[in-house]
Design a protein. Structure first.
Ligand code: GUN
Length: 284
């Protein structure tokens, strides 16, 4: 029977460490990690994410600032707020919750965040650093997955890893992190031919597709590790990209949805913010 990878327990354990390290940083340097979260408009899913990020900060003893801007905020106003926060010594991380309204260019917004405060690691400098392996911040979802693999003693070295999905937020950085850990990595996407055949070669299969029950039993090698990044809804409620009931009996490890990858993401944001604050304290 497969081991269910417990993202909730791993997240709690990691947060205990972040809390202890935060208290130590504050005691030794007087620097308290600070995160600014900007939400433009009133997308309900984004509002829930932002609330959870704020709660995470408060639990760790971070300074948490939330900026809720109306949907009609101009790009100029948003960029100006980012400039102010870039220069604010109390703030070590700036996160603009995506998506932003259509009249705002998200590329411009991301590029405006100072690289040392880009705790999402979405900006060009941090993306380049991830590519070269010289990075401090890693996007939260792939970072959380790497922590889960480590926690469960799964070493990617020499393994075949297949990532389904090529987004800038998950698929591409995930592939890079697995490559840095010496996996042999294949990235699949909507135009991939023979998808099932390629997936069946995977020792580690990461599904970041955004389609409910997309990965079925015939796509999985017996004994594989299956990581499900999906957050979809079907007739039974929240579900992942993997058809869990039919895949679980075949594999060695699997992340459930909910309770797998999801709980790790905000924890990794907190980790990146702490890393940023620590660097700011060293530079003082
Ligand atoms: N929207 C959905 N996921 C994310 C994320 O990780 N960061 C930001 N900034 N926006 C998101």
């Amino acid at each position: 029977m497969a081991v269910r990878i417990d993202g909730k327990a791993t997240s709690i354990k990691r947060r205990e460490r972040i809390l202890a390290e935060t208290q130590k940083l504050i005691a030794e340097t007087g620097v308290r990690p600070g995160l600014a979260v900007i939400l433009v408009g009133d997308d309900p899913a984004s509002a829930i994410y932002v609330r959870n990020k704020k709660k995470g900060c408060e639990d760790m003893g971070f300074l948490s600032r939330e900026y809720r801007l109306p949907a009609e905020t101009s790009e100029e106003e948003l960029l100006s707020l980012i400039d102010t926060l870039n220069g604010d010594p109390e703030i070590h991380g700036i996160l603009v919750q995506l998506p932003v309204p259509k009249h705002i260019d998200d590329k411009k917004v991301i590029a405006r965040i100072a690289p040392e405060k880009d705790v999402d690691a979405f900006g060009y400098e941090n993306v380049g650093r991830i590519m070269t392996g010289d990075f401090d911040f890693v996007p939260c979802t792939p970072a959380g997955i790497m922590v889960l693999l480590e926690e469960y003693g799964i070493d990617p070295a020499g393994k075949r890893a297949v990532v389904i999905g090529r987004s800038n937020i998950v698929g591409k950085p995930m592939a890079m992190l697995l490559l840095h850990k010496n996996a042999t990595v294949t990235v699949c996407h909507s135009r991939t031919q023979n998808l099932a055949e390629i997936c069946r070669e995977a020792d580690i299969l990461v599904a970041a597709v955004g389609k409910a029950n997309f990965v079925t039993a015939d796509m999985v090698k017996p004994g594989a590790v299956v990581i499900d990044v999906g957050m979809n809804r079907d007739e039974n409620g929240l579900c992942g990209d993997v058809a869990f009931a039919e895949v679980e009996p075949l594999v060695s490890h699997i992340t459930p949805v909910p309770g797998g990858v999801g709980p790790m993401t905000i924890t990794m944001l907190l980790q990146n913010t702490l890393t940023s604050a620590r660097k700011a304290a060293q530079a003082k």
